[in-house]
Design a protein around this ligand. Structure first.
Ligand SMILES: Cc1cc2nc3c(=O)[nH]c(=O)nc-3n(C[C@H](O)[C@H](O)[C@H](O)COP(=O)(O)OP(=O)(O)OC[C@H]3O[C@@H](n4cnc5c(N)ncnc54)[C@H](O)[C@@H]3O)c2cc1C
Length: 564
C-alpha cells in the first residue's frame, strides 16, 4: 500500500496552496477528479479582497475595516476570530502570490489594481482583468510543478478512513483502470470545493457536486450551516454563466423593464454593490412584480462604461456574452438572472482548519470555518482559499512533527474490502432507475423549493421529495459494466453524496425559523439573534441525519441591524 505523510484531496486553489506549504518537508500526494487546472477555481473572474489601500479612495482602508464589512455581510453568523485572521494576513498572502508571479492588473503607478465589490466600504478587490482565478490557479500550479508535488489526476476519493478519531488514509477510484485503491496517510486535507451542481441554474462547473463534503459527512465529521446557499445576482440568462460582480464594480447598472435602476428601492446607499443576498432578492422581487423581461430576467447595462474600459477590464465577460447570447455589451444590455453560486456551509472546522478528527483538515469552499457566515462577500472566497491553504499547511507541519503515529494498514485493508463491496453492489443492482433522472429531479427540487425565498410548506415539500429521491436511488443501477472510464459509475457514486447534502440543506432550512443572510424565510422574515445566532451542525448517524447547534464566536463586533 502506498503511504504518504499528507494526502490533499483537491487540485483547486485551496489544495494547491496547502501542498506548497508542506511539500518541501513531507511526502505529499494530491488527488483530483480532473487535471488541477480544470478545477472550478479557474473560472473565478472578479478578484480577491485584501486591504492594500492601493487606489484612490482606499488610503485609510485596513484589515479591521475588511473584518467589519465581512462580519456585517455575513449577517453576524461568521466566527469573528476566523474573519480577523483571514483579513489580517490577506495583504501578506496577496503579496506572496504576486512574488510567485501572479500577473495582477496594475494601477498607473505599477501597484496591484483594486476595484469596488459588493458590501465593501472601500475598493479592495485585487484582480487580473476578469480572469483572476485563471491566473491564480496557473501560477500556483506552476509552483506545484516546480516543487514536484505528486498529483493523482482523474481519481475520485470515495471515502475517508478514520480509526480512534484519527486519520488513517483514503480510498479512491482510478478513472482510467476502474480500480479502487487504499492509500495510507498520517493527515488528510479536504479541499474539494462546492456543491453547486446539486441545484438547477448554477454558475458552478459540472464537477462541483460536493463529493468531498459528503465523504466527510459519511465519515462522521459534522457539516456546518449547509442551509446557507449563495445565489449570485448576475448570471447570463439561459446558461447561468457568471457575469462577475466586477461588472457592477466597474460601474455597471441593473435595470428593470422600465429602464429604472431599481436597486435604489432596496439598498439606496450601496445600489448595485449591495451584498449578493440583498441584490438577488431584489431582482427576484422585481421579476415577480412584473418588472422583468419575459417574466424571467433583468438587464445588466455596461454601455456607459465605454468600449475601452470594457475591453480592458471585462474582456472575458464580453467574449462570453457574444459567444453564448449573441449580445455585445458595448452596444446592448446583458440579460441576467440570479443563479446558485456558492456554498457558505461545509465541513465544520475551527479557525485553524482542523476538524474534530485528528489529522483531518478542510480548506477552501468545502470547509465552513466560518468566515462567510450566512452570506459571503464577493472576493472573499478566493482570499479564503489561499489564506486557509497557508494556515492549514502551517498546522500540518506542527501536527506531523508532534505526532509520529503511523496508520493501521490492516484496518485500511479491511476498509478497502468494504468499499469494493459497496461499489460492486451498484453493478449488481437490478433496479430500473437511471442516475441522471434522479439527479435532474433533485436539482429541480432544490432550485424550486429551497431557493432565494423559502417557506415552511415548500421546505416540507422539498424534504419529502428528497426522501423519495433517496429511496429511488436504491433502484439506480449501473448498466455499463466496463470498469475503465465508467462515468456512469462515477456519477452514481457522486449522486449519493448529492442526495445527502440536499437532505442536510432542506432539513436545516426547515429547522431555522428566521431570516439571516442568504436564508430568507417569507414566514419568518426577521433575524432572531436570541434563538438563532448559532451554527447548525449536521451529523450522519446509523439512524439518519441528526442536528445539533453551536455558538457563534464573537470578538469585537456586536450584532447590529444590517442596512445598506
Ligand atoms: C464562475 C465563478 C466565479 C467565481 N469568481 C470568484 C471571484 O471572483 N472571487 C472570489 O473570491 N470567488 C469567486 N468564486 C468562488 C471561488 O472561485 C471558489 O469558491 C474557489 O475557487 C474554490 O476553490 P477550492 O480550491 O476550494 O475548490 P475548487 O477550485 O472547486 O477545486 C476543487 C478540487 O477538488 C477536486 N475534488 C472534488 N471532489 C473530489 C473527490 N471526491 N476526489 C478527488 N478530487 C476531488 C476537484 O477535482 C478540484 O480539483 C467564483 C466561483 C465561480 C463558480
Amino acid at each position: 500500500m502506498l503511504s504518504y505523510d499528507v494526502i490533499i484531496v483537491g487540485g483547486g486553489l485551496a489544495g494547491l496552496m496547502t501542498s506548497l506549504g508542506v511539500v518541501d518537508s513531507h511526502k505529499v500526494a494530491l488527488f483530483s477528479k480532473v487535471h488541477p487546472l480544470r478545477s472550478h477555481s479557474l473560472a473565478a473572474q472578479g478578484g480577491l479582497n485584501a486591504s492594500l489601500g492601493n487606489v484612490p479612495g482606499s488610503a485609510d482602508d485596513n484589515w479591521e475595516k475588511h473584518t467589519f464589512d465581512t462580519i456585517k455581510g455575513s449577517d453576524y453568523l461568521a466566527d469573528q476570530d476566523a474573519v480577523e485572521t483571514m483579513c489580517r494576513i490577506g495583504p501578506e498572502v496577496v503579496y506572496e502570490l504576486e512574488h510567485m508571479g501572479v500577473p495582477f492588473s496594475r494601477t498607473s503607478e505599477g501597484k496591484i489594481a483594486q476595484r469596488p465589490f459588493g458590501g465593501a466600504d472601500y475598493p479592495r478587490t485585487c484582480y487580473a482583468a476578469d480572469r483572476t482565478g485563471h491566473v491564480l490557479l496557473h501560477t500556483l500550479y506552476e509552483q506545484s510543478v516546480k516543487k514536484n508535488v505528486e498529483v493523482y489526476t482523474e481519481w475520485l476519493v470515495t471515502s475517508l478512513i478514520i480509526k480512534d478519531n484519527r486519520a488513517q488514509g483514503i480510498t479512491a477510484l482510478n478513472y482510467s483502470t476502474g480500480e479502487i485503491v487504499a492509500f495510507s496517510a498520517r493527515a488528510v486535507v479536504l479541499a474539494t470545493g462546492g456543491y453547486g451542481r446539486g441545484y438547477q441554474n448554477s454558475t458552478n462547473a459540472i464537477i462541483n457536486t460536493g463529493s468531498g463534503i459528503a465523504v466527510a459527512y459519511r465519515a462522521g465529521i459534522p457539516i456546518k450551516d449547509l442551509e446557507f446557499v449563495q445565489f449570485h445576482p448576475t448570471t447570463l440568462y439561459g446558461t447561468n454563466i457568471l457575469m462577475t460582480e466586477g461588472a457592477r464594480g466597474e460601474g455597471g447598472y441593473l435595470l428593470n423593464n422600465k429602464g429604472e435602476r431599481f436597486m435604489k428601492k432596496y439598498a439606496a446607499s450601496k445600489m448595485e454593490l449591495a451584498p449578493r443576498d440583498i441584490v438577488s432578492r431584489s431582482m427576484t422581487t422585481e421579476i415577480l412584480e412584473g418588472h422583468g423581461f419575459e417574466n424571467a430576467f433583468l438587464h445588466l447595462d455596461l454601455r456607459h462604461l465605454g468600449e475601452k474600459k470594457i475591453l480592458e477590464r471585462l474582456p472575458g465577460i464580453r467574449d462570453i456574452t457574444i459567444d453564448f447570447a449573441g449580445v455585445d455589451p458595448v452596444k446592448e444590455p446583458i440579460p441576467v438572472q440570479p443563479g446558485q453560486h456558492y456554498s457558505m456551509g461545509g465541513i465544520d472546522t475551527n479557525e485553524k482548519g482542523e476538524t474534530k478528527v485528528r489529522g483531518v483538515y478542510a480548506a477552501g469552499e468545502c470547509a465552513c470555518v466560518s468566515v462567510h457566515g450566512a452570506n459571503r462577500l464577493g472576493g472573499n472566497s478566493l482570499l479564503e482559499t489561499v489564506t486557509f491553504g497557508k494556515i492549514v499547511s502551517n498546522q500540518l507541519r506542527d501536527f506531523l512533527a508532534s505526532s509520529k503515529e503511523e496508520s493501521d494498514k490492516v484496518f485500511l485493508d479491511r476498509a478497502l474490502v468494504k468499499e469494493k463491496q459497496r461499489i460492486e453492489e451498484l453493478f449488481q443492482r437490478k433496479g430500473k432507475r437511471r442516475y441522471s433522472e434522479v439527479r435532474d429531479e433533485l436539482r429541480r427540487v432544490m432550485f424550486t423549493y429551497v431557493g432565494i425565498f423559502r417557506k415552511e410548506e415548500e421546505l416540507n415539500t422539498a424534504c419529502e421529495k428528497v426522501r423519495q429521491l433517496k429511496r429511488d436511488y436504491r433502484d439506480v443501477a449501473v448498466s455499463y459494466k466496463t470498469r475503465s472510464l465508467n462515468f456512469e459509475l462515477i456519477n452514481t457514486l457522486e449522486l449519493e453524496g448529492m442526495l445527502d447534502l440536499a437532505e442536510i440543506i432542506s432539513q436545516g432550512a426547515l429547522a431555522r425559523k428566521e431570516s439571516r443572510g442568504s436564508h430568507f424565510r417569507t414566514d419568518y422574515p426577521t433575524r432572531d439573534d436570541a434563538k438563532w445566532m448559532r451554527h447548525t451542525l449536521a451529523f450522519f448517524t446509523p439512524n439518519g441525519l441528526k442536528f445539533d447547534y453551536k455558538e457563534v464566536k464573537v470578538t469585537r463586533y456586536a450584532p447590529q441591524e444590517r442596512k445598506y
